[in-house]
Design a protein around this ligand. Structure first.
Ligand code: GSH
Length: 206
């Protein structure tokens, strides 16, 4: 299996954590140029996003379908809680807001990287949106996680929340000082070997 992405990408890290937890070997291929307009440079992703997983069955786009495929191919018998299993509003909303914040963060980072001014009205709205999500998650993520089956090995909610939180500080988008509950969650999750093995780093010098 070939996973196309970057070690600095939060959506890619979700897939890498699932691969490690599911004990599925992947060949990690670094995407070199994020300004490329050739889908082949992203492993065949028509929207030119990462991650992409290539398997014998075909190409998988997006972190959630990729994680599902990794677990399906695994012999580990991992008990995973997926987004569709979240039948309480607090948990379903937490998942929705985590993924929203991850996409908002991509917009903020890509805006900065391409010279969009911080006071651009859309950038300003994205930042306000991110802050709104963070405030909500600080108050509610603990309650959301408490609804998950205690005998789970892993949940997409916790993995994606962890990848978002560490990424905010790694990319210097937002410090977690104002979010002690979220920071404590991230510190606990960070001790898993799958998290240690996939620590964020830049693949190329800035
Ligand atoms: N829904 C997609 C989102 C993927 C995504 O936005 N990836 C970001 C990096 S973490 C990306 O490719 N950014 C480059 C760009 O938007 O040009 C997923 O779950 O994988």
């Amino acid at each position: 299996m070939h996973l196309f992405g970057r070690s600095s990408s939060h959506f890619t890290r979700i897939a890498r954590i699932f691969a490690a937890e599911a004990e599925v070997a992947i060949d990690f291929i670094i995407i070199r140029d994020l300004m490329s307009e050739n889908p082949d440079d992203y492993g065949g992703h028509p929207a030119m996003k990462m991650p992409t997983l290539q398997t014998e069955a075909g190409i998988w786009f997006g972190s959630l379908p990729i994680c599902r495929e990794l677990v399906a191919c695994s012999e580990s018998g991992l008990h995973v809680i997926w987004p569709e299993d979240l039948d309480r509003p607090v948990a379903a909303n937490a998942q929705e807001l985590v993924l929203t914040a991850m996409s908002t963060e991509v917009g903020l980072i890509m805006g900065k990287a391409t010279g969009v001014p911080e006071d651009n009205s859309h950038q300003a709205k994205m930042r306000a949106s991110l802050l709104g999500v963070m405030e909500w998650l600080e108050l509610n993520a603990g309650r959301a996680i408490a609804t998950l089956a205690p005998d789970r090995d892993l949940s997409f909610l916790e993995v994606s929340l962890f990848c978002l939180l560490e990424h905010l500080e790694f990319r210097e988008v937002l410090a977690l000082d104002a979010y002690p509950e979220l920071r404590a969650f991230a510190q606990r999750f960070a001790s898993r070997s799958s998290a240690v093995a996939t620590a964020y780093k830049f693949n190329f010098p800035a």
